[in-house]
Design a protein around this ligand. Sequence first.
Ligand SMILES: C[S@@+](CC[C@H](N)C(=O)[O-])C[C@H]1O[C@@H](n2cnc3c(N)ncnc32)[C@H](O)[C@@H]1O
Length: 308
Amino acid sequence: MNTRSLLTSSVSRRLLRPVADLIDQRIERRLRSVAAADAASGKALRETAEAVKRQQLTLDLLLGPGGRGLSRIVSPGPLSRLQSEVAELAGDREAAVRNVASAYRLLIGLESLGVGRIAGGTMNICGKLGTIPLLDPPNDEILEIGTLYGMFSTGLIRMMERDGRSPNVTIVDPFAGVQLQPGTPQRSDPTGTPVDERAVRTNLALAGPAGAAARIQRGFSEDPETRAAVSDRRYGVIVVDGDHSAEGVAKDLEWAEQIAAPGGIVVLDDFGDPKWPGIKEALDKHLTGDTRFTYLGKAALSAFLRAS
Ligand SMILES: C[S@@+](CC[C@H](N)C(=O)[O-])C[C@H]1O[C@@H](n2cnc3c(N)ncnc32)[C@H](O)[C@@H]1O
């Protein structure tokens, strides 16, 4: 009798049945435990996915575009580019990285507590707030031309104070109820907040005594009465962020030539932004003429100049 016949004979089958049953039971037990483990890991995966979705929803409410029009979520490429640009302008990488981080936290804090918003992209705002104190302006007089809700000036007060400075802010804006921009249709702000002096005061109050003491001049920056009212001093910092047309920027730069302190910093917002070609056009033209300003460089969409 060969091995195959031996194994398949009815006697052998009877004798081997208990062994075969034992093997079957073991296989079945193993299959059941694998199926149970699969079900448990599927459940764990579903629970993890739900938890991630809830975290994403929470983060979106805190940092997403809802109620302000733009997301404040940061991506690694733009952040590291901004840190390098600020470091180049400031000549100090460690200080640049620190200031960009603290400007970011300030931006989120201000937009959470204040009324309205700060205009523009996250990297551009952090670049301006982070760089200005590092350029060591020659005095603490700050002029912002075009303020919208006054929240950028509020943040700049904080950033200057963090650097041990005593900022004294002057603001010029027509406060037209909406953001005025030549050639751009007027529409209500994504925050729903009217652009008025009351909103600016509420925001400035978030910056403590220096915010409360800020001087607000209602009017257009090119108007002689507006200029006369605030040309009483030489400014260590001038932020040009009002009329974005080439003509408007050219006029503000001409005015800045007269009121910038020696060594003063001029920040030109939205420089190189394809949405506002007039800004670069006006600066390029201005720098070819007789000027006190030297171009220092840019961070995100802001150009920095220093007056002689
Ligand atoms: C881009 S927003 C300013 C944003 C603000 N600097 C910030 O960082 O949040 C421009 C502001 O300038 C104002 N504006 C427009 N034309 C102006 C002018 N000729 N003089 C002063 N402000 C002007 C607009 O009404 C608006 O409030």
